[in-house]
Structures are given as C-alpha cells and as structure tokens.
Design a protein around this ligand. Structure first.
Ligand SMILES: [Zn+2]
Ligand SMILES: [Zn+2]
Length: 182
C-alpha cells in the first residue's frame, strides 16, 4: 500500500501534525503550534488558516451580532403586529362597554415608551408568556374610564385578573407588593 502523500489535499495521517511544528495565524499574527489550529481536509496544509482562538472569537462576535439583529427584527414585528393587535382587542372591549379608546397611532407611540413589565408586580412580558401563556394585558388604571393614554398600563394576567373591577389601582399595588413579588 502506498503511504499517503502529505502534500495532497484531503485527510492527513495522524503523524503529519507533530507537536513541534508551528504555523502562523494571519489574523492574530502569532506563530503557534499545529495543535492551536483545527484540522481541515480541504486545506493544503491540512489545517485551518486561522487559529482556533481567532475562529471562536469570530464566531462569538457573529453570534452576538446575530442576536442583536434578531432582537431588532422582533421589535419591528412587535410594532407591526403585536401592538396593533393589542389595540384592536381593546377596541372590541371598548365598543362592548361603550367606553372611549385612544387612536391606534397614539397607542403604538405609548406602547413603545413602556417598559415591558407589569406595572404592579414587575413581571416581564417574556416571563408572562412563559408562565401564563399570555402577553401583558392592557389594564385600565381606573376601571370606570376608557382606554385613554393616561388611563392605560401594562399588567400581567395575574394582576389584571386579580384587580378586576373591585380593586383600586392603589390597593392592587399593595397586593402585588405583599403577595406577588417573587
Ligand atoms: Zn489567531
Ligand atoms: Zn403583575
């Protein structure tokens, strides 16, 4: 059997990578032992051009940038669909109860400025989705007033349901403070 030609592309034999040999990494400029490079069957040298450390740094930076991009897409999606859906839901209730409601654009502008957490217990929207399978509700601070900018607030399902129409805004703050803060 012919012994494999080390200059040929493809997998190199195990003894082709002695620990004593070194190679330069063009990215960080260091000269490093072969073990600092991942193997590559497509490279002539049998090793990746850049060192493992540079590759993992690059991947981390890529993941972070990717996460950032995904968050921005999610924010746009929220502005485009989720928030108007919340408004439409409120409008249905407002029509049923014959109470006034702000305009959609007022609502979107208001929502954008809100921290996404329950005004009473502080639960975040993502946690509310996990725990109750529901996004934060649009709660009316004063139950006898409409869905107007100075009367609406974000509340989790638990606080919203607890408050209902019998408990005042101040009483609900006290209940959440005493029983719902985790
Ligand atoms: Zn490097
Ligand atoms: Zn709450």
């Amino acid at each position: 059997m012919n012994s494999p030609n080390p200059h040929r592309k493809g997998n190199k034999p195990w003894n082709y990578f002695p620990e004593s040999k070194t190679k330069g990494c063009p990215k960080c400029g260091r000269t490093l032992p072969f073990s600092a490079f991942a193997k590559s069957s497509s490279a002539k040298t049998g090793l990746q051009t850049t060192c493992r450390e540079c590759i993992s740094k690059h991947q981390r930076a890529y993941r972070i940038a990717n996460l950032q991009a995904r968050r921005e897409i999610e924010a746009k999606h929220r502005a485009k669909n989720i928030v108007p859906d919340k408004w439409r839901f409120c409008r249905q209730r407002a029509q049923k109860k014959r109470i006034p409601i702000c305009t959609l654009s007022e609502f979107v502008a208001w929502h954008e400025k809100q921290p996404l957490q329950c005004v009473y217990c502080g639960m975040s929207e993502s946690r509310s989705v996990l725990q109750f399978g529901r996004r934060l509700h649009i709660d009316r601070r004063e139950g006898n007033l409409g869905y107007l900018i100075n009367n609406i607030q974000l509340a989790c399902h638990r606080c919203n349901v607890t408050k209902n129409k019998y408990i005042t805004h101040e009483q609900m703050h006290e209940i959440a403070r005493n029983y719902f803060r985790d």
